[in-house]
Write a protein that binds this ligand. Structure first.
Ligand code: NAP
Length: 354
């Protein structure tokens, strides 16, 4: 008997490096604004990398919204399972934001081999969960302090989506927490000049602390770095770092109370204001506190373009308003280097997020 000739496996379709081949609804959308993605990781595309997911780091605004809506950390786990089942990605329908993930590479498509990872490598995504095809079969634990969930799941990384290998000298959870906000510090370096007076709203959180650390360097000894933070224990921790000239406890949703709390620090307004809060309604505090022709960097995902732009117009404040891009070239390495060179800040990150 002669054996049947073996047929070659069908060639893998390439898939679009931008990920449009995974968009289910609405047709023609890009993956981030799309309502629903195809999250079936068994469907192989040559430009993709498939990851067995261990940890989700949920965006701070999204985590806070899910915690308030569900009333408990377990409730957040339930919301994540619901969202992923409905949308094929962790794209919070209320805040519009995602987060990022840590996992182990399970498969590398033929056209992704040049990306420098192999099956078994551990990586963190640097593209938002709001555009990453994801399935989650179990939530093992939920940690509110770090907005991280230990899960079992699978994710797909598109050909154009950035990711980072896990550094050897950081705990995974700390590194992922840092990567979540990695765009903040390098952009602070671009915006703050020597001698600038800088205000950070949400100064005690992850991105607020990183912006402050970078602002301290960029502004130099002639500059001034001031923080505003609503959570008193975080304000104390921020003060103890020695990065700030002053930190006040204030609610950035109340611009008048904030200006009172700042007192003489406000002066003619700050040269640069960073908005790093995880709540809605802080746009006007930033706009009120910036000087004419100053800069406001809205890193917060809770920022409303309309409230910021119309609010500035409404009070005749001619300032440059920046949207905080989550991506800056080399941002993961930049942020790791910053944390390595700030031992007190690193210790705080390890205590809080590790
Ligand atoms: P985080 O660690 O939770 O820090 C936010 C800080 O703001 C917390 O200390 C929080 O205090 C404080 N805060 C809350 N409400 C406040 C108020 N009314 N006035 C003053 N301070 C207030 O958050 P994160 O991870 O740094 O993220 C900060 C923001 O950046 C979030 O909106 C997140 O969605 C966004 N983000 C943007 C990007 C991007 O690409 N642009 C990427 C990642 C994250 P509590 O402890 O009381 O909450």
């Amino acid at each position: 008997m002669t054996a049947e000739p073996q047929s070659a496996p069908p060639p893998q379709p390439a898939g679009d490096p931008l990920g449009t081949h995974r968009v289910l609804e609405p047709r023609g959308a890009m993956p981030q604004p799309a309502w629903k993605l195809d999250n079936d990781a068994d469907r192989a595309y040559a430009t993709e990398i498939v990851v067995d997911v261990e940890l989700l780091n949920i965006d701070a605004a999204s985590f806070r919204q899910m915690l308030e809506a569900s009333g408990s950390p377990e409730g957040v786990g339930g919301k994540v399972l619901e969202t992923v089942a409905e949308r094929g990605k962790q794209h919070n329908p209320v805040t519009g934001s995602g987060g990022m993930l840590l996992g182990r590479v399970a498969r590398v498509g033929a056209l992704a081999e040049g990306r420098g990872v192999r099956p078994g490598d551990r990586i963190a995504t640097l593209a938002s969960l709001s555009l990453t095809p994801l399935s989650v079969s179990a939530v093992r634990s939920v940690r509110p302090t770090s907005a991280q969930l230990e899960v079992e799941g699978r994710a797909v990384i598109f050909g154009s989506a950035p990711f980072a290998r896990m550094p050897d000298d950081f705990d995974d959870k700390v590194a992922v927490a840092l990567f979540d906000v990695a765009g903040a510090a390098p952009q602070a370096a671009r915006l703050v000049a020597s001698g600038d007076r800088v205000l950070v709203l949400g100064a005690g959180g992850k991105s607020g602390l990183l912006c402050a650390a970078q602002a301290r360097r960029s502004a130099g000894p002639a500059g001034r770095v001031v923080g505003a933070e609503s959570h008193a224990p975080y304000a104390d921790e921020a003060r103890a770092l020695g990065l700030f000239d002053a930190v006040c406890v204030a609610d950035a949703r109340d611009p008048l109370a904030l200006t009172r709390a700042l007192g003489d620090e406000l002066g003619p307004g700050f040269d640069v204001v960073f908005s790093c809060v995880n709540v809605e309604g802080a746009e006007m505090a930033a706009v009120v506190c910036v000087r004419p022709r100053g800069k406001v960097y809205f890193f917060a995902m809770t920022t409303s373009f309309a409230r910021a732009a119309l609010g500035a117009e409404g009070i005749g404040k001619d300032a440059d308003l920046y949207i905080g891009n989550g991506y800056a070239e080399g941002h993961a390495d930049f942020s790791l280097a910053l944390l390595r060179s700030e031992p007190k800040l690193r210790a705080l990150f390890e205590r809080r997020y590790g």
